[in-house]
Design a protein around this ligand. Structure first.
Ligand code: MG
Length: 325
C-alpha cells in the first residue's frame, strides 16, 4: 500500500502572505479578481487578507473592502489574519467566518515580530480564539520559526510542540508549522513530526514551507510520508522572502499541485486555471513570479485561452497539465 494519501488540502496564502511582501500597491479590485480566479481554479481555502494595523502593512489596509467584494463567492472558505483583539473586532464586523492567529516557536523572533514573549502571545490569542468561537468563527494558528530562527538558530522540536499544543488546546482547529527562513531539510521535518505525532493529532497539522533554499517540495514529501495532508502555498510563489530580498519565499502553489497531480494525489486544483490567476496578479507586480512551473509555462509560450474560447475543444493546454499524464 502507498504511504501517500489519496488527496491533500492546499491552503492558498498568496493574497495575504504573498501580497503583504509586495511593495507595489495592488488595487482592491485586482485583489478581488485574483481571489476569484484562485477560487475558480479549485482552491477551497484561501487566506485573503489581514487585519493588522494598516500603517504597518499598507498593502492590506483594504481588508474590509476585499472581503466585502468577495461576500458572494460560493464554495471557498475565506480567512483573514488577526494579530490581536483589535484586529478581531474588525474581522467580526467584516463578516469573515475564519481567522488565523500567529505566534512563533522562538522567543527572540516573537519578541521582535509581535513585541511580546511567546507565553504572552498565547494568552492574547486565547482571548481572541474564545471570542471568535463565541461568534461562530473557526480559527487557524501559525507557528513561525518551527525549524530555524534568524536570531536563535535551530529550534528544538519540543519547543514547537509546546506552542502547537497550546494553540490546539485553546480551540484552534489547524496548526500550520512554518519554515520561516526557508532553510529546513527533510530530516528536520521527520524529526519535528516524530516529536509532534505522538502528542498531537496529525490531521490537525499543516506545513508552510518556503522555497528559499530549494527544499520546499522535498520537505512536502517528508511531511506526506509522516501523515500530514495540509500544505500552505502561494500562487506563483507570490511574496518573495522578507529575510532575503530577491530570494524565493513561499512555495509556489503550481509547483505543489504539479507534484501532487503527477503522484496521483488529488488537490482539486486546475493547474491551467491556477496559472491564469498567477499571470493575472503578476501583471500588477512589476516583476516576474518565482514559481518554477509558472516559469516553465512562460518559457513554453503558454498563455491563458481567451474566455470566449473556454468551450473550444482545441483549447491551448499548458505542457504540464495534460490530463493524460
Ligand atoms: Mg509564508
Amino acid at each position: 500500500m502507498s504511504v501517500y494519501p489519496s488527496g491533500v488540502k492546499v491552503v492558498e496564502v498568496g493574497p495575504r502572505d504573498g501580497l503583504q511582501n509586495e511593495p507595489v500597491p495592488i488595487p482592491t479590485e485586482v485583489k478581488i479578481g485574483f481571489v476569484r480566479k484562485l477560487a475558480a481554479a479549485g482552491l477551497r481555502e484561501i487566506e485573503v487578507t489581514s487585519f493588522v494595523r494598516p500603517d504597518r502593512v499598507p498593502q492590506l489596509a483594504d481588508a474590509e473592502a476585499v472581503l466585502a467584494g468577495l461576500a458572494d463567492l460560493p464554495g471557498t472558505r475565506l480567512s483573514a489574519l488577526v494579530p490581536n483583539e483589535r484586529g478581531l473586532a474588525r474581522a467580526l464586523r467584516s463578516g469573515v467566518r475564519r481567522i488565523a492567529v500567529f505566534t512563533a516557536a522562538s522567543e527572540s523572533f516573537t519578541e521582535r515580530n509581535i513585541g511580546m514573549p511567546v507565553e504572552a502571545s498565547l494568552e492574547s490569542f486565547r482571548r481572541v480564539t474564545q471570542e471568535a468561537a463565541a461568534a461562530g468563527m473557526s480559527v487557524r494558528g501559525y507557528v513561525s520559526t518551527a525549524f530555524y530562527c534568524p536570531y536563535e538558530g535551530p529550534i528544538p522540536p519540543a519547543q514547537v510542540l509546546r506552542v502547537a499544543a497550546a494553540l490546539l488546546q485553546m480551540g484552534v482547529d489547524e496548526v500550520s508549522l512554518g519554515d520561516t527562513l526557508g532553510v529546513a531539510v527533510p530530516t528536520e521535518v521527520d524529526r519535528l513530526l516524530e516529536t509532534l505525532r505522538g502528542e498531537l493529532p496529525v490531521e490537525r497539522l499543516a506545513l508552510h514551507f518556503h522555497d528559499t533554499s530549494g527544499t520546499a517540495l522535498a520537505n512536502v514529501l517528508a511531511g506526506l510520508q509522516a501523515g500530514v495532508t495540509v500544505f500552505d502555498s502561494s500562487a506563483g510563489g507570490l511574496g518573495g522572502c522578507p529575510f532575503a530580498p530577491g530570494a524565493a519565499g513561499n512555495l509556489a502553489t503550481e509547483d505543489l499541485v504539479y507534484l501532487m497531480e503527477r503522484m496521483g494525489i488529488e488537490t482539486g486544483v486546475s493547474l491551467e486555471k491556477l496559472a491564469e490567476a498567477s499571470l493575472f496578479i503578476e501583471d500588477h507586480l512589476g516583476h516576474g513570479l518565482s514559481g518554477k512551473l509558472l516559469q516553465r509555462l512562460r518559457a513554453s509560450g503558454w498563455t491563458p485561452a481567451p474566455a470566449t474560447e473556454v468551450a473550444a475543444t482545441n483549447r491551448t493546454k499548458p505542457a504540464c497539465a495534460d490530463s493524460s499524464s
